[in-house]
Write a protein that binds this ligand. Structure first.
Ligand SMILES: Cc1cc2nc3c(=O)[nH]c(=O)nc-3n(C[C@H](O)[C@H](O)[C@H](O)COP(=O)(O)O)c2cc1C
Ligand code: SF4
Length: 483
């Protein structure tokens, strides 16, 4: 039984007793303390702003009290504000402030060690330019594409319904709708939760073809055709690999594979669901490229691209040369960083396999330029994009569009408890437990998703102006200064 339900039972028993003791018997003593705790508890139970307090009435406040005094505790006992991993407290606080539309000023000066090795900075201009009034968008879709898509500079990276809860998907999609950016489904396919609010969708096909699969795991063309032709679906992304677990595929633990999720994925409920390391629909460069062409035909020529983490560089070069030979180029390539996130992955893969994001992005940009196809393909980048500065750096290294997964998770209320694979996520973000999900109220969190996006893009545009740049196209490597 969850803490929320335990509170409900206790409160239903204690409230009439305490009220009777105080107001009829005029017996204050302990009753007055119980009364105050009950008032706080009932308030926590019904409020929709804080997930933790809804799921843990009264005792949830301990977390907030600890958080409030953590700078003091921190100073003496634990890590600094800047060296927490994967994301530091300063960064998580920044997302929370942006998601709450709060001021985000930091007092007293930087806590970062500016004298650390490999320090990179951006050069501000002597005469900063005016901040752009209209936020630019990026059109994806080559000549082959009959339904080009105009994308935001920052979007929600792939995270499946399965890895994330239904309420998280509802909040993300509504946020995307409110802010005019896209929401990538991840490999778990398209659910009703993705469609309820009408936010733009990038439909991902994972190596397991979940949602559009035949019994043998290959692509079920009819099912794919039906979903990819929905008006809400703007682009198609074939996932070749993911930075946190390249060459591994993935697993949806049985605990999270509910009846509903199994139906959407076209798999058996309550079993561990493995996605294979590679899609069984192809087994060579040529057949992979033809598969991309087939996806384009089936989706009535919407933009089609693929996502990968760079491993053996020659493999990527061969893939692109085959694409050129066959005359089937992807409309976009999403580069995922080895330091990228996941719902669940073997730690050896996350720690050791795949190229780091910065180098991977540079490599893909340079390869496409060397092959003279850079102008035909948009590069999307995902890898710890969380702020205006991280966007700026990614554009300098060759990205046209940025995706963020964990940034948007923080905007949903994620506290980096690192339990995403256990189905016990305390904030309702990464759990299929309906009771824990009650803490995450989509209506309220969608506003945070939208605000986080808006304020982050705004911060990027401000930094652009501060560095004297009028056009994102002018962001090149020389804008990143090294000491
Ligand atoms: C909970 C979670 C689930 C994810 N699921 C998918 C997925 O289904 N497909 C995929 O291509 N990437 C998936 N990813 C990877 C992200 O889309 C993204 O590429 C990666 O986390 C890097 O972005 P970040 O640093 O902003 O988190 C997932 C990441 C997280 C954190
Ligand atoms: S709060 Fe913890 S378990 Fe939940 S999504 Fe965030 S990191 Fe994962």
């Amino acid at each position: 039984m969850t803490t929320r339900n335990i509170f409900l039972i206790l409160a239903l028993i204690l409230t009439p007793l305490v009220v009777y003791n105080i107001f009829i018997q005029h017996n204050l003593n302990i009753n007055i303390i119980l009364f105050l705790l009950l008032v706080i508890g009932w308030y926590d139970y019904f409020q929709i702003r804080y997930s933790i307090l809804r799921d843990y009435p009264v005792i949830g406040h301990i977390r907030y009290i600890l958080r409030d005094i953590s700078p003091e505790l921190h100073q003496y006992f634990v890590e600094s504000n800047t060296n927490g991993t994967p994301f530091s407290k300063n960064i998580i606080n920044l997302v929370n402030k942006r998601a709450d539309d709060n001021e985000e000023f930091h007092p007293f000066g930087t806590e970062k060690d500016l004298y650390a090795k490999n320090y990179t900075y951006l050069g501000h201009a002597m005469f900063p330019v005016k901040k752009m009034e209209v936020t630019p968008r990026v059109v994806v879709g080559s000549t082959e594409c009959k339904q080009p898509y105009s994308a935001s500079l920052l979007n929600i990276s792939a995270m499946s319904f399965g890895a994330l809860s239904e309420n998280a998907i509802l909040a993300l999609n509504k946020g995307a709708f409110l802010g005019g950016f896209y929401h990538n489904t991840g490999e778990g396919s398209l659910s009703e939760a993705h469609q309820k609010h009408g936010g733009d969708i990038v439909l991902q096909i994972g190596t397991g073809n979940f949602g559009f699969r035949n019994e043998d795991g290959t692509l079920n063309e009819d099912a794919f055709k039906e979903k990819s032709n929905l008006a809400q679906v703007k682009m198609i992304e074939l996932k070749l690999s993911q930075g946190a677990k390249p060459g591994h595929g993935g697993v949806l633990p049985a605990k999270k594979n509910t009846q509903e999720i199994a139906k959407i994925r076209m798999v058996q409920a309550h079993t561990d669901v493995y996605s294979p390391p590679s899609n069984p629909s192809y087994n060579s460069y040529e057949s992979m490229v033809k598969f991309i062409g087939r996806l384009r035909e089936l989706s009535s020529c919407k933009p089609v691209g693929f996502k990968l983490s760079i491993g053996i560089k020659e493999d990527f070069i061969t893939l692109m040369k085959t694409s050129i030979d066959k005359g089937i180029l992807p409309d976009f390539i999403t580069v995922d960083a080895a330091e990228g996130g996941t719902g669940a992955a073997p730690i050896e893969y996350s720690n050791n396999i795949g190229l780091r994001g910065e180098e991977a992005l540079l490599f893909v940009n340079e390869t496409l330029s060397a092959l003279k196809i850079r102008d035909k393909i948009k590069i999307i980048y995902a890898g710890k994009i969380i702020s205006g500065v991280t966007m700026y750096k990614a554009f300098c290294r060759g990205a046209d569009i940025c995706n963020s997964a964990r940034g948007f998770m923080f905007s949903l209320g994620c506290i980096q408890a690192l339990k995403c694979h256990t189905n016990t996520c305390p904030t309702g973000v990464a759990t299929q437990n309906k009771e824990l999900q009650e803490g995450l109220v989509p209506k309220q969190k969608s506003k945070r998703v939208e605000a986080y996006h808006r304020n982050t893009v705004d911060s990027f545009l401000e930094i652009l102006a501060a560095t004297g740049v009028n056009d994102i196209k002018d962001l090149t490597l020389d804008k990143l200064k090294h000491v």
